[in-house]
Design a protein. Structure first.
Length: 494
């Protein structure tokens, strides 16, 4: 029965519809894989009872012939999404014991479509990081290892638990969130697919906020088609989120024609960055060649303000985070440390509850927003952001999508970059621009590094044109024919 975990989400959906197996059987197979994969530390909370109850209900609906789009399909949920009555931590000590009395819109949409929750997935604390090493619940290990090596690698971040769980076949798909790359970068280094939709495509209601003008939730799964199916179920207008767009959600699965004839694909000149490994550049060139061979037009474009994107992001994101995280004060929920008076209680709670990276971001954010520095840093970063957005608007006058690498390298070792925030932040060099401009971007696995680790390509689209992004990615997926899987070393350890 473990074979059921290697099905794609689309195959599992069709199997349930054809009654080849039940939702309970499918769920049990995944619960067994999860149990055998505890060495990866992908889940913060496993919810097997919950999962089986949901699966039984799904089987009831199958028996009645009343199937939802995701009927009986087991998913992992990044522990940044509030789930009613189920511990929600944001991988932070400060949310100690927090069981939300409400359900996020995205997860509610998934359950309404019939999906089954396996548990809550590990992440970087408050989604701040690129390696899943800042989690209060410990790092997630990548299921991947370098060829011939047993060094533990990072799964990427911040959606590292989601990436590891999907790659290790512990769930059919997972939710992620992406503020500066946290869906796309972990997808790339874990050899899976992930799409960050246009800002406003998916409701942020009930998702623990990091940087509200950049955060967007999206799916992570092993195929482009699986992401298309999940995105359709997650997306849609939500009156509870004023930034959520009232725009119809297309049938993304129908968009996957793989036809790229006549498609104008931009290659942004400024993404050729000194020091990028040769194999990343080679992969990028190969991706462009596949598209050209299939009849797409490859056009070099310029995004002149790219070089300022990381600096702008690491001002805007911490500024918004410092404001969003002001609510964690020990008064209403989560951790509370005893103090001699209320100020002392706040200080002790926040000192004990936030990890080092989160404290660093709060400090940076508070600094750039403070009187005297606001104009010099925050306001300037916002201006740069407008210029970056304009660069994309001008590029999209000439092209339909952009093709870039997703990350500047394959997975790195646990601990390798954790003492060097700048080198960690450089991981986001190809992804943050997309959040700053609010565009849809997707990573698709496109090849292996010399050491046998997955590498991804990123496709960026016009606002609300996820269909063209998915179509291009489904073409690249087919052209790359990426079939590699990690060896299941963790099963022996468990
Ligand atoms: N790595 C980036 C950061 O640390 C992006 C994180 C994210 O997208 N949530 O801010």
């Amino acid at each position: 029965m473990t074979d059921l975990t290697s099905l794609s989400l689309a195959e599992a959906r069709d199997g349930i519809r054809a009654r080849a197996f039940s939702a309970v059987e499918l769920t049990q197979a995944h619960l067994r894989s999860m149990e055998a994969a505890r060495a990866l530390n992908a889940f913060i909370t496993e919810t097997p009872q919950h999962a089986l109850a949901m699966a039984r209900e799904a089987d009831g609906r199958v028996a009645e012939g009343n199937l939802g789009a995701l009927e009986g399909l087991p998913l992992g949920i990044k522990d940044l999404f509030c789930t009613r009555g189920v511990l929600t931590t944001a991988a932070s000590h400060i949310l100690h014991g927090f069981k939300p009395p409400y359900e996020s819109t995205v997860t509610a949409n998934l359950w309404r479509a019939g999906a089954v929750m396996l548990g809550k997935l590990n992440l970087d604390e408050f989604a701040m990081g690129s390696s899943n090493e800042t989690s209060y619940y410990g790092p997630v290990l990548s299921p991947w290892r370098r060829r011939g090596s047993n060094v533990d690698l990072v799964p990427g971040g911040s959606s590292g638990g989601s990436a590891a769980a999907v790659a290790a076949e512990l769930c059919l798909g997972a939710t992620g969130t992406d503020t500066g790359g946290s869906i796309r970068q972990p997808a790339a280094v874990a050899g899976i697919c992930g799409i960050k939709p246009t800002y406003g495509r998916v409701s942020r209601w009930g998702i623990v906020a990091f940087a509200s003008s950049l955060d967007q939730a999206g799916p992570m799964a092993r195929t482009v088609k699986d992401c298309a199916i999940l995105l359709k179920a997650m997306a849609g207008h939500d009156p509870k989120d004023s930034t959520c767009a009232n725009i119809g959600v297309p049938d993304y699965e129908k968009a996957l024609t793989r036809d790229v004839r006549g498609l104008r694909v931009g290659i942004p000149r400024e993404y050729r960055i000194d020091g990028t490994p040769v194999e990343i550049d080679a992969l990028w060139a190969r991706g462009a060649q596949w598209l050209r061979d299939a009849g797409a037009e490859i056009i070099e474009v310029s995004l002149p303000h790219t070089q300022y994107a990381l600096a702008a992001y690491y001002i805007v994101a911490p500024a918004e985070a410092s404001s969003n995280l002001a609510r964690y004060d020990g008064v209403r929920f989560g951790l509370r440390e005893a103090g001699s008076d209320i100020t002392d209680m706040y200080e002790k709670t926040r000192a004990a509850g936030f990890g080092r990276e989160v404290q660093r971001r709060i400090l940076i954010g508070t600094y750039v927003l403070s009187a005297g520095y606001y104009d010099a840093y925050y306001l300037k970063a916002q201006r740069v952001r407008s210029l970056i957005k304009r660069d994309f608007e001008q590029a999209f006058e000439k092209v339909d999508v952009l093709l870039t690498p997703t990350a500047p390298g394959p997975a790195f070792g646990i601990g390798e970059k954790s003492d060097d925030p700048i080198s960690m932040y450089l991981n986001d060099v190809f992804t943050v621009t997309v959040n700053l401009a609010g565009l849809p971007g997707m990573s698709v696995p496109a090849g292996l590094s010399a050491e046998g680790l997955p590498l991804g390509l990123q496709v960026i689209g016009r606002p609300f044109d996820e269909e063209t992004v998915l179509r291009t990615c489904s073409f690249l997926e087919e052209a790359a024919a990426f079939k590699a899987k990690p060896e299941a070393w963790w099963r022996a350890v468990a």
